[in-house]
Design a protein around this ligand. Sequence first.
Ligand SMILES: *[C@@H]1O[C@H](CO)[C@@H](O)[C@H](O)[C@H]1NC(C)=O
Ligand SMILES: *[C@@H]1O[C@H](CO)[C@@H](O)[C@H](O)[C@H]1NC(C)=O
Ligand SMILES: *[C@@H]1O[C@H](CO)[C@@H](O)[C@H](O)[C@H]1NC(C)=O
Ligand SMILES: *[C@@H]1O[C@H](CO)[C@@H](O)[C@H](O)[C@H]1NC(C)=O
Ligand SMILES: *[C@@H]1O[C@H](CO)[C@@H](O)[C@H](O)[C@H]1NC(C)=O
Ligand SMILES: *[C@@H]1O[C@H](CO)[C@@H](O)[C@H](O)[C@H]1NC(C)=O
Ligand SMILES: *[C@@H]1O[C@H](CO)[C@@H](O)[C@H](O)[C@H]1NC(C)=O
Ligand SMILES: *[C@@H]1O[C@H](CO)[C@@H](O)[C@H](O)[C@H]1NC(C)=O
Ligand SMILES: *[C@@H]1O[C@H](CO)[C@@H](O)[C@H](O)[C@H]1NC(C)=O
Ligand SMILES: *[C@@H]1O[C@H](CO)[C@@H](O)[C@H](O)[C@H]1NC(C)=O
Ligand SMILES: *[C@@H]1O[C@H](CO)[C@@H](O)[C@H](O)[C@H]1NC(C)=O
Ligand SMILES: *[C@@H]1O[C@H](CO)[C@@H](O)[C@H](O)[C@H]1NC(C)=O
Length: 562
Amino acid sequence: MLYRTFSSILTLLLASRGSYATPSNTSSQIQWGPCDPTVSNGTSVSCGFLDVPLDYHDPSVGNARLALLKVNATGERRGSVFFNPGGPGDSGVSNLGLPGLQQILQQYSGGVYDIVSWDPRGVGLTVPGELYCFDSIEDYTAHFNGTIELTGIEETGNFTDPADVQALLAQGPSLQKKYDELGQKCLNSTNGKYLKYLGTAAAVRDMVSIANVLDGPDAPINYIGISYGSLIGSWFVGMFPERVGKVVIDGILNPVGFGTQKPSAYFAAQLENSDTVYKGLITGCALSGPAGCPIASEGDGPLDIDSKFQALIKAAHEATKANASVPLTSGVLRVELFAEMYAPADWSRFLNETFPQWQQIISGEAPANGSLARRADDFVRRNPLMRRASSNNTSLSYSSHAVTCGDAIDMPGLQLEDQFKDVINTARNVSHIFGTYWPAPIYQCPYWPVRSVERYEGSFNKTLANKIIVASNVYDPITPLTAAEVIASRIGDDAVLLRLNGFGHSTIAEPSICTVNAVAAYFVNGTLPANNTLCEVEPAAFELFPGVTTADIIAHLPSFDV
Ligand SMILES: *[C@@H]1O[C@H](CO)[C@@H](O)[C@H](O)[C@H]1NC(C)=O
Ligand SMILES: *[C@@H]1O[C@H](CO)[C@@H](O)[C@H](O)[C@H]1NC(C)=O
Ligand SMILES: *[C@@H]1O[C@H](CO)[C@@H](O)[C@H](O)[C@H]1NC(C)=O
Ligand SMILES: *[C@@H]1O[C@H](CO)[C@@H](O)[C@H](O)[C@H]1NC(C)=O
Ligand SMILES: *[C@@H]1O[C@H](CO)[C@@H](O)[C@H](O)[C@H]1NC(C)=O
Ligand SMILES: *[C@@H]1O[C@H](CO)[C@@H](O)[C@H](O)[C@H]1NC(C)=O
Ligand SMILES: *[C@@H]1O[C@H](CO)[C@@H](O)[C@H](O)[C@H]1NC(C)=O
Ligand SMILES: *[C@@H]1O[C@H](CO)[C@@H](O)[C@H](O)[C@H]1NC(C)=O
Ligand SMILES: *[C@@H]1O[C@H](CO)[C@@H](O)[C@H](O)[C@H]1NC(C)=O
Ligand SMILES: *[C@@H]1O[C@H](CO)[C@@H](O)[C@H](O)[C@H]1NC(C)=O
Ligand SMILES: *[C@@H]1O[C@H](CO)[C@@H](O)[C@H](O)[C@H]1NC(C)=O
Ligand SMILES: *[C@@H]1O[C@H](CO)[C@@H](O)[C@H](O)[C@H]1NC(C)=O
């Protein structure tokens, strides 16, 4: 998600982290102390730990120890606002330790709340921490050598070439076996015994435990959750409707679909707007023209820019057919292009710098850099759904899989080959550009060896102690507006929908004074925005390409199919 930027900093931080604030292991309280400077240098920031039951329904199992970070209110304190940055697998402590995010959240909450985050189970400094299923990146590469796990899926156009279809389907049985073996490796790893205690229901109960200590057992619980953090939010309001204080969820994962649909159907629905976001990119470049977007030629329209991308994908595909170990496959291209869809503020740089680099690598003009293992590592770290940001330099964390799959529905007997058939249909019918996105943890859930001890399946229509805000971008590549509409309509009278007429993942992908003011008025004065408010990106002069604003792009979005 957007926090790719935060996360890449985070990787460095975690790799070099030394000691941490002395943990308090009393089960009922938190001893706040200074944070380790590798986590945060902020003057109003403190760190601590809280012990909680590993299994809330079976205290005999023992405790987990949650790592916490708190940013003090700047004004007169009215309580706490909890925050989760998404993933799953992103560190609340490291993200909230960064001044940029502190500033955004202080604007949202008006400075009158302490902002508190924590590393969910399986993440960062919490115990149990990161899940390492392979001893090294080389072991990982060897395990998945020759599979789409390392290269993405090869296809062009709308996945019409029977040879491509055949090549994908042929990998089904062998790759499924590798996913089964992966599950066994994870179970067998140091943190394997904790897998069933990881998941979103546990994260919700952990947040309630922290709130009970900080604000009291009856106090309303305030929360801001982005992306996967929205799932924690919607499960929280379902599980603890009487504890709901001020809650804002943004960049919505549809919790209803998550608990009922098979992975391929759920993921296809998530991709519903992704081609439109791509159209935003090519339109912005065309509007800016050669002066502002050098990959455009004089007189190019969006379709011409699209042709350049299609040609690149095709060239990568041809090169891969000729030599399977080329550095940049068409599958890798799609995944990396998808990552760009999250962050429109990066589009101009991306087309100026990355696009020409891709052209050079694919045409063989620029050398491939690094070993297969290094490239596989890069690929996985740049895949926004694999959440490998928290991986160390030696190995890859599987915590995002552990949470996604711990929560997932049971799918006994679902064959990978059948999921591939669905993926082909998604490429043909839902997203021509991103329908074949691979790998994503959700597809591996049928072969994951455990489910969490608690999964929340609804309902989502309870009467809440307070009304909440459900926020979404109109053009979000991975959490479409329809998901926000689903949860808002389930919650009914207790939810208002706040939309930002912009591109990217969650409303914070583009600046908007309107959304910040709406959220701040809610936290400070309890005032809700009118239902279905449509905010514009502001300042209106904010440009995605030289001379081109978000509103310009939206006004010129082409109707053709890419
Ligand atoms: C806290 O942990 C320390 C070190 O592991 C141990 O010596 C001490 O008894 C523990 N205290 C409590 C209250 O559990
Ligand atoms: C805190 O300051 C130290 C020393 O300047 C620096 O090395 C470290 O990266 C900073 N930590 C963060 C989280 O920015
Ligand atoms: C945060 O606020 C509390 C309560 O006012 C205070 O005791 C504590 O020292 C503050 N922490 C920091 C790091 O400023
Ligand atoms: C990094 O991953 C390796 C491989 O699983 C693991 O043994 C090691 O403890 C991890 N290092 C850190 C600092 O977490
Ligand atoms: C991957 O497989 C190819 C042959 O299929 C082999 O040449 C190569 O050494 C293998 N790479 C790794 C890292 O195992
Ligand atoms: C994919 O199919 C659509 C029609 O649904 C078409 O407009 C588009 O050109 C096709 N894309 C490619 C790259 O062939
Ligand atoms: C489990 O781990 C042990 C010790 O690390 C190892 O000997 C064994 O081969 C592993 N089993 C599997 C299925 O990975
Ligand atoms: C295939 O590509 C790899 C990586 O660029 C290169 O090392 C190898 O020499 C190529 N093989 C052939 C037969 O061209
Ligand atoms: C991309 O290149 C154009 C033309 O040189 C320039 O105007 C624009 O500022 C560049 N974008 C970025 C982000 O540097
Ligand atoms: C709430 O949702 C459940 C299913 O999730 C449904 O059975 C029930 O009828 C709904 N209740 C109301 C009042 O809509
Ligand atoms: C807000 O509008 C949505 C439809 O977009 C609806 O589902 C929801 O119930 C409405 N909320 C309120 C408070 O009326
Ligand atoms: C809260 O309401 C007061 C009085 O109407 C107003 O001055 C203030 O700007 C509001 N604060 C926010 C954050 O909207």
